[in-house]
Each structure stands twice: as C-alpha cells, then as structure tokens.
Design a protein around this ligand. Structure first.
Ligand SMILES: *Cc1c(COP(=O)(O)O)cnc(C)c1O
Length: 383
C-alpha cells in the first residue's frame, strides 16, 4: 500500500471523552464566556480531589508556563538570583526563570529515572555553598510521564533549605510510592496543552499548599487589582487566568483521565514487546514504586544511530516521531549557563543523541503501534 493511503500517526494528539461539550454548553447557556466562572472553580476543586491531597490549593491558568512563572514570583525569585533546573526537559521549564531576570543552572538526569540526578544536584549545592550563593529554587521535572526521585531529591533540598517547584506538566496521573505527581514540590505545576495526557485546548495549573499564597496567585494573574472602587495597582500583574470555556473542557477530560493513562501504558507494553524484546530500543523504565503514565513512550537505541534519520524516514511513512528534548545546557539561549552532569558521561546528552519519542496518543489503535514498530525495525536493520 502506498504511504499516502495510510492514515497519519501523530505523536500525541487531543483525545476527547465526549463529556466536554456538556460543560461548554452550560457555560454558553449561562453566558459565562469569560475568564473566571463556575467551571474554573469546579475544575480546580476536582483536580485537588483527583490528586488525593486535600491540603492542596489549585489555581487554573492559561498555561503551564504561566503557572511556573507565578511559582517563581511567589518565591520572590528576581534579577541575579540562581535557580536550579532539570536540563533534560522542554524549554517551558526554564523560560520563566529568564522572565524573572534570574540565572538558570542546569542539572543532569540519572539513567534510572531519566529525571534529576540526586548526585548532580548535591554537587551543584556544594558548589553554590562555596560561592556563598544558594539557588532560590529548584525546578524538578517529571519527564515523559514519570516521577523524579523525590525520595532523595526532597531530602537534599531540605538539607540546603531550598524549595522545590515540581514541573509535573508531563506527568499528571503518575505517582511515586502511591503519591501523585504534582504534590511533591513546595509548588507544583500542570499543563493542559494539546499534546499532554489531557487538554483544555491550552491551559495550566499551579498547585500550592497555603491558602494565602493561592489567593495571592489569583490576585497576580488577574492584573493585580488592589481593593478600591477604581482600578488601583501597586504591583505588576499578569493576565493568566483560565477561561470558563477552557475549564469546561478540562472537567470533561479529567473524568476520562485514568482511561487515558491505562491506554498509554498499554501502548508502552506493545512497544516493549516489539522493540525491546527484539533488541532495538531500551525503553525508559519505571523503577519499583514508580507508576508511570508513559505519556510518551521513549527509549534509546541499542546501537549508535542517527535519530533524525528515523524522523525523516518515518515521516515518509506518515508516522510522526520526535527526537528527545535537546538538553537545556546545549541550547544557544543558555550557552553561558552552568551545568552539572550526573557523571563523566552526561545522560541528557546521550538520550538526545541516541533516543527517540514514539507515537503515544491514547487514541492510537494497536494496528497503528504495530505499523510504527515494523517501520522502525526496517530502518534500524538497514542502518
Ligand atoms: C508542556 C510543558 C510545560 C508547559 O506547558 P504549557 O502549558 O504548554 O505552557 C512545562 N514543562 C514541561 C516539561 C512541559 O512538557
């Protein structure tokens, strides 16, 4: 069959559950087509319930990036401050550090979890202590649907008394030791961008532990209006509040989230059967106690190949695959930044140079996954 006749297999596309329109319909009938509104408040409450942590306060925003920005503002991060951040991640983890005029310092991942290496983090702290300048915060990313090693990372950050911002944008639904991702940091953030495990058509959420901080976050993201009968402002505000329509989509999506997680995990098992057992790719694995959503099925080829060659050849077959995130410490934007590798060999660099993200959307069928596996094997054995 010619590739033109084969359906396009996307990396991770939105997957509606059917309940979203009901919430949107309600918003239309009540003319709540605005930021704020009953869907926004309900979505926040329902997310707190989902995360099984009733001490948490959720603040819905226009994006995960906005939520990260507000977390940094709440921590008082400002010009000249240093902030530690995972290097193996999407740019959105690091950009808000620059918005605040602060200086990112990047930390490598370990090969076990693909997330922040406790050893590299500790080395970073020791060096900071020598310079007498500890970071103001550590942005820890839960990559590709898997928790970071909070058993160790929290202990280390507590020792140096530096707060954690947990970037759980890719890991909603995942957990470590039965505790949900998003609830490990002093602050947590989620994303509902179109490619994530659930979407609001663009959106995000900040998770905080203190009612006053949640109130202050609300204040900041609605233009920081001081209480007065006219428009009075004494601090810089942002316009980051989620709309009532977007929150309606989110409420519908949250109701099918666990089904989406199950399907992504099934897809991962299929890939493993086909590509790991035949020695083509070593997949990112979940150590004991880690429950991964497998938001994206990702792995590293067992021999040296060029991942970009797979990207272009699979595109000809109507299959979308992507390279692993290019590490932040290798981005031109961060050329002058400091980096702590986990060992002599930087894991983040290895993953980027020899790994691949495979189509993982929960709306893909088994036949789609098998088609991807066949195509990958063909290219791999030709290389
Ligand atoms: C998607 C993503 C974000 C931010 O999400 P937006 O909602 O698109 O702003 C942040 N961090 C990571 C690791 C992400 O993958």
């Amino acid at each position: 069959m010619s590739s033109k006749l084969k359906n396009k297999i996307l990396l991770s596309s939105p997957h509606m559950g059917g309940l979203e329109m009901g919430f949107i319909q309600e918003a239309f009938e009540e003319n709540w087509v605005a930021p704020l509104g009953p869907n926004v408040d309900a979505f926040e409450q329902e997310m707190v319930t989902y995360l099984q942590d009733e001490d948490l306060y959720a603040v819905a925003m226009t994006s995960g990036t906005a939520a990260l920005h507000i977390a940094l503002r709440l921590l008082g991060v400002g010009p000249g401050d240093e902030v530690f951040c995972s290097s193996l991640t999407f740019i959105a983890s690091a950009n808000p550090i620059l918005y605040q005029g602060a200086i990112p310092v990047f930390i490598d991942s370990d090969s076990q979890t693909w997330n922040m290496s406790p050893e590299a983090l500790e080395r970073g702290f020791e060096e900071s202590l020598k310079k007498n300048k500890l970071p103001k915060a550590v942005v820890v990313v839960d990559l590709f649907g898997q928790s970071a090693d909070y058993r160790k990372l929290i202990t280390i950050c507590n020792k140096f008394n530096v707060p954690i911002i947990e970037d759980a944008a890719e890991a909603l639904g995942a957990s470590l030791d039965n505790k949900k991702c998003g609830t490990f940091g002093d602050y947590g953030i989620l994303s509902f961008n179109g490619n994530k495990i659930m979407t609001t058509g663009g959106g995000g959420m900040l998770l905080v532990r203190d009612k006053e901080k949640a109130k202050y976050a609300h204040f900041l993201i609605t233009q920081a209006r001081d209480p007065a009968p006219y428009y009075l402002h004494s601090v810089v505000g942002n316009n980051y509040r989620m709309s009532n329509i977007a929150a309606g989509i989110g409420r519908g999506q949250l109701r099918v989230l666990d089904q989406r997680v199950s399907r992504r995990r099934e897809i991962n098992r299929l890939y493993r059967n086909e590509l790991e057992d035949s020695g083509v790719i070593d997949f990112m694995t979940a150590p004991s106690g880690y429950f991964s959503t497998n938001w994206l099925s990702v792995g590293i080829f067992t021999k040296k190949v060029d991942p970009l060659c797979f990207v272009s050849k699979l595109a000809q077959e109507n299959i979308e695959v992507r390279p692993i995130w290019k590490p932040m410490h290798t981005q031109p934007l961060f050329a002058k930044s400091q980096y702590y590798a986990s060992s002599q060999n930087s894991f983040a660099d290895l993953a980027f140079s020899n790994g691949l993200c495979l189509p993982s959307g929960s709306n893909l069928g088994n036949e789609d996954i098998l088609r991807v596996c066949e195509a990958i094997k063909n290219i791999f054995y030709q290389e």
